[in-house]
Design a protein around this ligand. Structure first.
Ligand code: OGA
Ligand code: MN
Length: 359
């Protein structure tokens, strides 16, 4: 795909793109006939900032590496800033294990519920109770009436007409016609985002305030408000109005981007990580600026406000293998439950909840 073709090379030439390619999951080229399991290409992680160890040595010695400084604030957690990225804040281990479990549950059970929209709305219409349906082995079935006007529906992907519904029947009795039947587990695997509060329209890249929506759940709003305070202008309170929940599976990435559709960039985006460890790239205002790479672990919170709002950023990699995912405490906590459905999901997934003040 990336041959020596000049045009393609041009788009790969930015420093941000180079870093994405450095960390992205690729499989080593093994011959097709080889029966060996494909191996992920080895990645040099020596330049990835690790705020876990920065926190550990800060707790022991009070010192931080050059370019990183602790912030005095009253949220009761150490907050770190970067000298050359004003407006960026890293709060390692901000969420307790119990809080992480709670937000993982919410992200899977409640956040994808209508009227909140997901990446599946455009094709299937609103889907209720996806996680439970996947657990119960149910199947999504196309409604007969939806077939005729399929094309006109596609023209308006913010329209919420029910096109598919879960059947009560088990998967095996329905045959293999994927145009009419899709297992809920497949839909869950392909869940990539869900929007809470004011609904973001990805095709127009703006908030569509006329689309029906619920307020951000109070508990999430309050958490975001508390976490946002180190980055808030003095005397002002963060107003959580919208959130995007990202779901990552093995090999999924979030390409370099800016979040620039909110009116007031002095207000932070509050971004929480859950589940498998990831690499986050924080670039500069140009894609040509070499980005900083850092690990994001379950429970970490990142704030991007002010100048940092103008910085390209993205997630080129999540780690789903036992050694690198670093979800042992979550594993232990979820293992205590009778039902292992959350554990099964999160063992190979990452969830990111980012909360925004839109106006
Ligand atoms: C986003 C975003 C970062 C992450 O959704 O805009 O930047 O950590 N997410 O997943
Ligand atoms: Mn973003």
């Amino acid at each position: 795909m990336y041959g020596s073709n000049g045009v393609q090379d041009e788009t790969d030439r930015t420093e941000f793109r180079k870093a994405e390619k450095k960390y992205k999951l690729y499989y080593d080229n093994t011959s097709k006939s080889s029966k060996k399991k494909k191996q992920p290409r080895k990645v040099d992680l020596s330049e990835v900032l690790d705020f876990n160890s920065i926190l550990e040595s800060f707790n022991q010695t009070g010192e931080t590496p050059s370019g990183i400084f602790p912030l005095q604030c009253d949220i009761g957690l150490p907050v770190f800033c970067l000298k050359n990225r004003p407006g960026f804040y890293f709060i390692p281990g901000a969420l307790s294990i119990e809080e992480q479990c709670k937000w993982i549950r919410e992200s899977l059970i409640n956040f994808p519920q209508p009227p909140n929209r997901t990446n599946h709305n455009a094709i299937y219409g609103p889907i209720s109770n996806l996680f439970v349906a996947a657990k119960e082995g149910r199947v999504l079935v196309k409604k007969e009436t939806a077939a005729a006007d399929e094309n006109s529906d596609r023209n308006n992907d913010m329209m919420d007409e029910i096109k598919w519904e879960f059947s009560e029947e088990p998967v095996t009795s329905l045959g293999g016609d994927s145009n009419k039947f899709v297992p809920a587990s497949t839909i869950l695997q392909k869940l990539r985002w869900s929007t809470l509060g004011l609904q973001f329209d990805w095709s127009k890249r703006n908030y569509n305030v006329s689309v029906p929506h619920n307020k951000i759940p109070d508990a999430l709003g309050q958490l975001a408000q508390r976490m946002a305070s180190p980055a808030m202008p003095a005397g002002e309170k963060f107003q959580p109005e919208a959130a995007i929940v990202n779901f990552f599976g093995l090999g999924d990435t979030l390409g370099g981007h800016l979040d620039d559709m909110e009116a007031d960039w002095s207000k932070p985006i509050v971004s929480m990580s859950l589940g498998c460890k990831a690499i986050f790239l924080l670039g500069g205002k140009s894609r040509q600026d070499p980005p900083l790479a850092m690990f994001l672990r379950s429970g970490d919170v990142v704030l991007m406000a002010g100048e940092a709002r103008e910085c390209f950023h993205g997630v080129p990699r999540i780690f789903t293998d036992e050694q690198n995912a670093e979800i042992a405490p979550l594993d232990l906590q979820f293992s205590k439950e009778v039902d292992h459905c959350f554990l099964e999901y999160i063992r190979t997934s990452r969830i990111n909840i980012n909360v925004r003040q839109v106006f």
